[in-house]
Design a protein around this ligand. Sequence first.
Ligand SMILES: [Zn+2]
Length: 76
Amino acid sequence: MIRYRLRCAEGHAFDHWFDNAAAADTELSAAAVACPDCGDTAVAKAIMAPSVAKAAPAPTPCGNPVCACGCPALDG
Ligand SMILES: [Zn+2]
């Protein structure tokens, strides 16, 4: 199963589950998915926000990722 965020022609965004990516394309091109808000079948995949990789913890002056030593004081 794969979930896509869809958007209808009226601008309603909703999530819909498909069996797989190919099924999503097939169902969308066949207008088999209707907007739950307005029933519009002119729905398309919404632009997905790019998934942001979890940023590594910012290094602290003391080298401890979870700094509890008050390392800003080490700067001077
Ligand atoms: Zn709608």
